[in-house]
Structure formats: C-alpha cells, structure tokens
Design a protein around this ligand. Structure first.
Ligand SMILES: Cc1ncc(COP(=O)(O)O)c(C=O)c1O
Length: 419
C-alpha cells in the first residue's frame, strides 16, 4: 500500500474504497468514530424494521401460529446454514443458538465423548493461558463435573503448541484471534498439528468471524463456536453459533440434551433421542426476536467480498499502527498486536500504564474504543463502516489526549460495572 502521510491521502483512499458503500447500511451517531465493533457491532439500519416486524406482526398478530407459519421453528437451523457458509463450513452442521460459553461446553462435551470411544486413555484438554477466560472456565467446569481425571494444559510463553499437544491430548480448544492482542493462530497449521497427534480441535471464532476469511472445511476442523454481536453486527447478546464437521455430525452427542434437540420434541417422550443433523445442538426454546434481528447483520456480511474485507482490515490496522508510532512518539505506548499480517486479526492493541483513563478520555472526545486489563487500549477496525480518514482522526484524538494529559482528570478514573 502506498504510504499515507496526510489526512488528504486518507481521503483519497476513502474515495476509491470498494467497500465504502457499506457504511450507509449502518446507523452510527454523528461525530462518533466507532472502534469497538470487535466488542459490540453497530446497528444495521434495516434491523429495527425487522425487529418491529417480528414483534408486531409475527408475535403480535400471528401469535403462536408463527412457530409454523413464520417458520420460527427452523430459524436457528436456517440461520446456522448461512453462518456455515460464512465460515467456509458448508458441509458441516451449524445452528445459531445460545451463547458462545454454552456452545463451548456443548462442543467440548461432544468432542470428549467421541474421544472416549476412540481414544479412552487420553485425558488432557489443551488451551492457552491467554484465551478468553470464559473458554477456560467452561473447561474447568466440564473437568470438575465429569470427575474422570481430565486435566487442562495451557499453551503459554513456556510451553508451545508443539510441546503442549501430545499423544495424551483428547481435545484442543483455541481462539483463532486473541481478544486482547489481536494475535491470530494459523488455523490450518494448528488443526493439522492437533490431528497429527490424534486430538480433536474446537475453534472459538468470536474475534474472527466476519473479520478474517475462515475455511473450516478446507482446514479439516472438528468443531467451531463463535458469537454474532461483534463483527456480524447481530445486536447485544445476539445468539452465538456452534458448527460441527460433517464426519462428526451424526455421531456427536452434546451434553445439554434438551427437548429442542430431540428427534420428535412434540411427542413428549420420556427419554431423549437426538435428532439427526444440526438441530441436535439446540437445547431449549430459542430467542426468536434476537435471532431474527441478528440475521440482518449476517446477511450484510454474506454480501461482502471477504478478500476485499481482509485487505482493507489489514490496511487500516497497519495505518493505525504507523500513525500512532509516527505521530505520537515519546509516550509509554507498547504495541502488543503482531506486525506480521498473517498473525493479525482486525483489532490493534497498545498497552499504556494509564490505559483505563486514556480510553475514557478518548471516548469523551467521541472516539469509542475499549479497555481490557491490564492497561490494554483496544481498537477494533471494522472495514464495513470505517474509512482511512476515521483512522487518521482517531489517532489525532489519541495524540491530543496524551499530549495534553487529558486522561489525568478525576472523571476518567471512575469505573462502571462493564469496562
Ligand atoms: C473469544 C471469546 N470467547 C467467548 C466469549 C464469550 O461469549 P459469550 O458471552 O457469548 O458466552 C467472548 C466474548 O467476548 C470472546 O471474546
């Protein structure tokens, strides 16, 4: 990419950006630069209308008949098929349902169950110390609950993936793009490594779905989970998804065997018998309003050329790094995001000793990023509604916050329940 040294250069890049028109599809407040789409995506303009339709017409008028007439019953599976397409896993089974945490539990239970039959001696679950905490908590919960001598082994600075995954490993659970640093695992390479050691792999795609191209079928992945409220702009708490490779789909038994995963739920049988296909990964009655609203953002993501998206994401994250380093020297900002393109997701993180207050002061200037412990300023780059000039303006705001020590005010030290 030609180098950018002025705001005018940014405007020139914006003028020829093939994805620029997508910005019109989102509702963003005037004067705000939104760099938190990696936490909660923006509102698609068509979402309120869809929400009103599902509430006022489908629920209000059609009432309970909607399970059949408006196809509510199949919504998780129909949307799941779209998600499978997005993650390059069309041959597998996928449903939109529950939260990522719950889907981690289900995928882990199903993977351990398969391994208990194929390799009963394997008792190790490998993850990484830097994983999003809920993934580790779900593993801990599963280990305690099963009480069968499983242990959690963590990849970290002292233990590489090569060393951690061995012939005692039942399951590997990794997050493709790290929530804090934005570091990206080589999904193909690690899947191959896990399989070469006889382990199954579950990928958490929360910080990559809708942001980086994913090809689960091509990689030969076993299971995947992810959320839809970040880069897929599905809305706060919108349903997550669980994907299972075709070769496991008919066999995998998930532990939360509720009536929505039953072969014939309305026969009200006394015993559980799983239905074939993706539905067996459902548990209970689904949040129809959230599912319907989420589909609007997902449909936008399916229109996007994923290579163009990736190129713009890398161009904008690189620009952010270059501008911070060239325009704000002499401040204690430490980049923790990889410079190598293939190792980077779609957000950039810098550590600053006063990170929390710096982010609060930046938000007061209309640049919304987020903060993660310890000291991490996290800037999500969503190519669908951000341009080059936005990156310029965001870095300029950060420069003013730091150079004028705007962060050093009492109001920017107050912490809410959510940071
Ligand atoms: C990588 C990762 N996994 C899991 C989760 C938790 O998802 P949920 O709250 O839907 O359970 C998050 C939330 O941000 C995440 O970033």
């Amino acid at each position: 990419m030609a180098s950018i040294t002025t705001r005018e250069d940014c405007l020139r890049f914006d003028a020829t950006d093939s994805l620029a028109s997508f910005r019109e599809r989102f509702s963003l407040p005037e004067g705000i630069i939104y760099l938190d789409g990696n936490s909660l995506g923006a509102l698609p303009k068509a979402a309120p209308e869809r929400a009103l339709d599902v509430i006022a017409r489908e629920w209000g008028t059609d009432l309970i008949t909607s399970w059949n007439t408006n196809d509510w019953f199949d919504l998780p599976v129909r949307i799941g098929a779209k998600l499978a397409k997005l993650v390059g896993g069309e041959s597998g089974a996928c449903v939109a349902t529950d939260t990522t945490s719950i889907n981690v539990f289900k995928a882990l239970g199903a993977a351990l169950d398969i391994q208990r039959e194929d390799h009963p001696e394997r008792r190790v679950i490998v993850s990484e110390r830097e994983n999003f905490p809920t993934d580790l908590y779900m593993v801990e919960g599963m280990i305690e609950f099963l009480d069968r001598g499983y242990e959690l082994r963590l990849i970290d600075d002292e233990l590489s993936a090569e060393q951690a995954i061995g012939d005692d490993t039942a399951v590997v659970l990794l997050t493709q793009v790290n929530y804090r640093s934005g570091r990206q695992w080589n999904l193909n390479g690690i899947t191959e490594l896990a399989h070469s050691r006889g382990a199954l792999i579950i990928w958490d795609l929360c910080h990559s779905v809708g942001a980086v191209p994913i090809a689960l079928d091509a990689a030969g992945a076993d299971f995947a989970v992810g959320c839809t409220y970040k880069y897929l702009n599905g809305g706060p708490g919108s349903p997550a998804f669980i994907w299972v490779a075709e070769r496991h789909a008919g066999r995998a038994r998930q532990p939360l065997s509720g009536w929505w995963g039953h072969k014939s739920p309305f026969e009200m049988a006394v015993s559980f018998e799983p239905v074939d296909g993706a539905r067996r990964f459902l548990t209970g009655t689904q949040p129809i309003i959230s599912l319907a609203t989420m589909e609007v953002g997902l449909d936008i993501a399916l229109e996007v050329d994923e290579q163009a998206l990736r190129e713009k994401s890398l161009a904008l994250t690189s620009l952010f790094i270059e501008l911070v380093e060239s325009r704000i020297p002499g401040h204690p900002l430490t980049l923790i995001t990889p410079r190598e393109h293939e190792e980077r997701g779609s957000h950039v993180s810098f550590v600053h000793p006063e990170g929390f207050s710096v982010m609060k002061a930046l938000i007061a200037r209309g640049v919304i990023g987020d903060y993660r412990e310890p000291g991490v300023l996290r800037f999500g780059v969503t190519p669908l509604y951000l341009g080059y000039a936005d990156i310029w303006d965001a870095v300029e705001a950060l420069r003013l916050v730091l150079e004028n020590e705007e962060w050093n005010a009492a109001e920017f030290r107050i912490r809410g329940a959510v940071t």
